[in-house]
Design a protein around this ligand. Structure first.
Ligand code: BG6
Length: 535
């Protein structure tokens, strides 16, 4: 049951060719190719299907047969990152439908070659000119890629009877509201909104999707899901990894500094993933699962976010950066050293702005949704890198019971009832409820009712990208971001970015690697008589 990641509305994936722009890159290697391999193993790909990669590797060119080059790279990616181990039989089947055109995104000639290859692969596999273009490229290249696709006549109109063209746009969609609108505009010059799938992989995670099922397929939660019964909500996305992976000799084994420096946690995690999760927690029930009704309901939440004023930002938002510290018995460097090491190893001069980088690697904030359901309920969110462990969850804390019967002693209040949804790892959920300890006395103890996907439903759930790729092949946009949602999310974070941009560097608190963030994060929750959950 778990390995059947069919689109929510039961639409079937249609025969097509998946064209990965940026195929030699990290995303394709770690996530996309392993995801397609797993779909192949599970037997859920459309009957006529192939993958063609496009782009140039970091070395600038490919020697030997390009198809074999990509197949070799895909094989190592699958061996390293796939949910299911590489099986020779499935690998043969998968790899014979994997092709590669090494070409530069700004070279019109390369698109002519790509087109010829796609047509030949269509012929070979009986695919009806149906294409899913996955733009796994930096946002600055998106406009160029779609313009070339359009000029090369590689995009069919949405009204075409045979085949289709769909485009998947990866995050980050811009680095502020204006640049996001620019990305949206340039894509719209070539693709209709109905052909555009803006991906946020958090929406493909099982536990995130389960939020809607939990809320709307059970009779007990929805009546309580409002400001009369819920005290507050906490959303945490904690990561252990920093931005550089070092090998045992201190050399650099992989780095995301080039992307992350100057971007920071607010743009990287809050503007997209966390706000999207918040939308699913807080949205009104749509009257059907039609994609636009679900997306209307989500946008409704973003519309009601209380705008951040400078005063709110000072009191309710904390950013910080990690400094050297201990993690699992190992000394790990702070972010500024990682930035220096990255530029040094790339033989690039350290930009002036990065000398004492003020990029935040941690953000916590308190926010409010000003509508009838959530009026007065604080949502506390936090995310950071180099925290003690990888743990993401949504916790709904219910209001205390009245101070009578079992809750009469104000010095020893009962533990609150909490419903926690673990997004990762060990996907599942738990409900903390007060219970009587066995014995003649009435002694109350909080117990956990636990559900774990792996043990409860017999397997590790599919990776987010598996589900989302199938949805695009099926033409189901429910889990993808409509342009208004992207803009509304940027509108919410812009005052914070502007405020930080105007403040001095000394305002940036620090936290040691391996701790749960800066002490300053407590000041947004503890004065309310509440505490960050221990994960
Ligand atoms: C990405 C961010 O979108 O999500 C990364 O750019 C982050 O910085 C990652 O590490 C987290 O995803 P996951 O699925 O590992 O929680």
């Amino acid at each position: 049951m778990l390995s059947d990641p069919m689109p929510a509305r039961g639409l079937l994936p249609q025969s097509c060719q998946l064209v990965i722009f940026g195929a030699p890159g990290d995303l394709a290697w770690r996530k996309l190719l392993p995801a397609v391999y797993n779909l192949n193993v599970d037997g859920v790909l459309p009957s006529h299907f192939a993958v063609t990669g496009f782009g140039l590797p970091a070395e600038g060119s490919v020697s030997g047969d390009p198809d074999e080059h990509l197949r070799n790279r895909a094989r190592t990616g699958i061996q390293k990152f796939s949910r299911q181990p590489l099986d020779e039989g499935h690998w043969q089947d998968f790899s014979r439908a994997l092709f590669y055109v090494p070409g530069s995104f700004n070279d019109a000639q390369a698109y002519t070659q790509l087109k010829a290859k796609l047509d030949a692969v269509d012929q070979q596999f009986g695919i009806p000119a149906a294409r899913v273009y996955y733009l796994a490229v930096p946002p600055s290249l998106v406009g160029m890629c779609v313009a070339h696709l359009r000029d090369a006549g590689m995009i069919t109109s949405p009204t075409e009877r045979v085949g289709f063209s769909r485009v998947i746009v990866e995050k980050p969609i811009g680095r502020d509201l204006t640049s996001a609108q620019e990305v949206i505009r340039t894509v719209a010059q070539a693709f209709d909104e109905s052909q555009t799938y803006r991906i946020d992989h958090y929406l493909g995670k099982e536990t995130v999707q389960n939020l809607l099922v939990l809320r709307f397929a059970n009779s007990i939660f929805e009546p309580l899901w409002n400001n009369r019964f819920i005290d507050h909500v906490q959303i945490t996305v904690a990561e252990e990894e920093g931005l550089v992976q070092y090998d045992d000799q201190g050399g650099i084994n992989g780095s995301r500094v080039g992307y992350y420096e100057g971007v920071g946690a607010l743009r990287d995690m809050v503007q997209n993933h966390i706000l999207q999760v918040l939308c699913l927690v807080a949205m009104e029930p749509p009257y059907s699962l039609a994609p636009d009704l679900v997306r209307d309901a989500k946008s409704g939440v973003l519309t009601c976010l209380r705008p951040m004023t400078p005063d709110n930002i000072e009191r309710h938002v904390v950013r910080a950066q990690y400094i050297e510290g201990d993690m699992h018995g190992r000394r790990v460097p702070g972010f500024r050293k990682e930035v220096r090491d990255f530029f040094l190893s790339a033989n690039r001069p350290l930009p002036q702005a990065s000398v004492n980088s003020t990029t935040e690697t941690f953000v916590a904030m308190k926010l409010f949704i000003d509508n009838w359901r959530w009026s007065g309920v604080p949502f506390y969110i936090r995310t950071g890198k180099r925290l003690p462990r990888r743990a993401s969850e949504v916790a709904i804390q219910f209001k205390d019971v009245p101070s009578v019967l079992f809750n009469v002693n104000p010095d020893v209040p009962l533990e609150p009832t909490v419903l926690s949804l673990r997004v990762q790892p060990e996907e599942g959920m738990a409900m903390r409820i007060a219970s009587k300890l066995p014995g003649p006395k009435v002694r109350i103890y909080p117990v956990q009712m636990e559900f774990n996907y792996a043990t409860g439903l017999g397997g590790v759930p599919p990776e987010a990208y598996e589900r989302l790729l199938l949805d695009v092949m099926a033409g189901d946009a429910t889990l993808f971001l409509r342009k208004d949602a992207v803009e509304l999310a940027w509108q919410f974070v812009m005052p914070i970015l502007d405020h930080w941009g105007n403040s001095r560097q000394r305002d940036l608190p620090e936290y040691q690697c391996g701790t749960w963030g800066p002490v300053e994060a407590n000041r947004i929750i503890e004065p309310d008589g509440r505490y960050w959950r221990t994960l």
